[in-house]
Design a protein around this ligand. Structure first.
Ligand SMILES: Nc1ncnc2c1ncn2[C@@H]1O[C@H](COP(=O)(O)OP(=O)(O)O[C@H]2O[C@H](CO)[C@@H](O)[C@H](O)[C@H]2O)[C@@H](O)[C@H]1O
Length: 485
């Protein structure tokens, strides 16, 4: 089976968050299920530097107003299609924003161009000539690629089955109606059945409306987004499409994330040699300038945002320190939240430390050395850092929501007694409940037998892609069968 995947970021080439991890790991996991994936992504400067020697496959003279080339290259096991359009993608800053954090002014045009290219490839643009290629199914990720199924729906070419995956419904790609004339769509696409959304254009809405099927990254979140509290305005549409909505939990790349071999980890270990983690703990404390002392070392590896509940954590820090904990924070985000954490670090030198940088190797070392990772998210479609935590013996302390609910087993009395517990979870998401969860965590930490048992149980959890890749392969097969029926 041939799949075209379309994503705006793909690990290891460009990553701003969990989407990149999934877009980079799922194609590799699908290989074992007889599924072969080509991934279309933008040619940002970092990508163009990394894929020297890519082959030119197609030229688009005028893709939403700019010239673009389609390049093909194999990179670390991934078959990549790179949309090389200097006008759209060769600029300083990140994939979505400039160096000051302001969104690129033409994001709608950049990602509509990506989507339009995806739709043309899906409908046979690469089918002619030597090594011609045509996908059996198209899988697009988040709003930046969500216009692919819309472009396909409104073209005259035969349809190919499509799946749109929601990684974060908070980002929807909503724009004014004034962009519609530039999208290269027929006039009737501006309707409730098409791309129109509250009088403007909604990219994610368009994908959810026109895609054959929809998925999100955990079963719990698939249910939550049907409610006004979590659906962010799309709950009505999703409820209508409930029969086509699937929840498939993310996995992690178990080769990249392996504490026994990870090159970013100072002292390698496995579930039978957990004592070795102490060396990594010392290394983390040193890197963050924290006191070397007994007591639990907590960490955060996250965007510092409201979604992630970071305001709640900032409010509990004085108590966490009073309980004997320390905290290492790796992340940046909302200015006010960054300031709150930096202020706590000033109040508690040696106990709280914040690095507002993006550092992939350090994130690995932290999972390998910290005792617990705190994830008090208000909503979490899946969450990956708790999965890395489970694999590395870094106990997750999580809000009971979305994928966090589906992947962490709370240390209730029964779960501890039956040795099933893998973490600590709490709900509803309030400061008081988080404080209680942190206190419970410190209590468990001081029962070394129970704590080690939880670490071992977590390390045994199946967090690999194996099962979920099988579920995606099954979903693809069922959609292809639908086409034939
Ligand atoms: N400063 C930093 N330095 C280094 N690494 C950092 C970092 N800050 C974050 N990271 C890394 O970025 C990734 C974040 O992934 P998450 O799943 O936690 O959330 P995100 O909200 O980005 O993803 C969305 O998509 C994913 C994928 O589907 C869903 O799991 C999630 O719920 C949804 O919100 C992790 O790999 C983490 O280690």
């Amino acid at each position: 089976m041939q799949v075209l995947s379309v994503a705006s970021e793909v690990y290891p080439l460009v990553k701003t968050g969990g989407l990149a991890d999934v877009a980079g790991a799922l194609p590799l996991a699908l290989k074992g299920h007889g599924v072969s994936v080509k991934t279309l992504m933008p040619g940002y400067p970092a990508v163009m530097r990394a894929v020297k020697g890519a082959k030119l496959r197609l030229g688009f003279e005028n893709l939403l107003g700019a010239r673009a080339d389609l390049l093909e290259v194999e990179h670390q096991g991934l078959d990549l299609l790179i949309l090389d359009s200097p006008v759209f993608f060769d600029r300083p800053g990140g994939p979505y924003a400039d160096a000051t954090g302001k969104d690129h002014f033409d994001n709608w045009r950049r990602f509509a161009a990506l989507s339009k290219a995806g739709a043309m490839i899906a409908q046979g643009a690469m089918a002619d000539g030597d090594g011609g290629w045509r996908p059996d199914i198209v899988h697009v990720h988040d709003w930046q690629a969500a216009m692919v199924p819309a472009y396909m729906r409104y073209s005259d070419e035969p349809e190919v089955p499509t799946l749109t995956t929601i990684h974060n419904i908070a980002f929807q790609g909503q724009y004014g109606a004034d962009i519609f004339p530039y999208l290269d769509l027929p006039a009737h696409a501006f309707s409730i059945e098409g791309v129109e959304y509250f009088g403007g254009v909604g990219f994610l809405k368009a994908g959810l409306q026109t895609s054959w099927a929809i998925s999100t990254v955990s079963p719990s979140y698939a249910e939550e987004i049907l409610t006004p509290e979590f659906g962010m305005g799309l709950e009505g549409l999703l409820t209508i499409r409930q029969g086509d909505l699937h929840g498939i939990v993310n996995g992690i790349d178990a080769e990249i994330w392996d504490p026994a071999t990870d090159p970013a980890v100072k002292a390698h270990y496995n579930a039978t040699t957990l004592k070795i983690r102490a060396e990594n703990k010392r290394a983390v404390a040193e890197r963050f300038g924290l006191d070397q002392e007994a007591g639990p070392l907590f960490c955060v590896i996250s965007r510092l945002t409201w979604q992630k509940g970071m305001d709640l954590l900032a409010e509990t820090l004085d108590d966490l320190i009073a309980m004997g904990g320390r905290l290492a924070v790796l992340g940046s985000g909302d200015r006010a939240l960054e300031n709150a954490f930096h202020a706590a670090a000033k109040r508690h030198p040696g106990k709280v430390s914040v690095l507002s940088i993006y550092d992939e190797p350090l994130s690995h070392l932290m999972q390998a050395g910290c005792d617990a990772i705190v994830i008090p998210s208000r909503f979490e479609p899946c969450g990956l850092t708790q999965l890395y935590g489970l694999r590395y013996g870094c106990i997750p302390v999580v809000a009971r929501t979305g994928g966090l609910n589906d992947t962490v087993i709370d240390a209730s009395h029964a779960a501890v007694a039956s040795k099933a517990a893998t973490g600590i979870s709490f709900s509803p998401v309030t400061t008081d409940n988080l404080r209680r969860a942190l206190r419970r965590t410190v209590g468990l930490y001081h029962q070394p037998k129970v704590w080690t048992g939880m670490q071992k149980q977590g390390m045994k959890s199946d967090v690999s892609w194996e099962r979920s890749a099988g579920l995606y392969a099954g979903l693809y097969t069922s959609l292809i069968a639908k086409k034939g029926s």
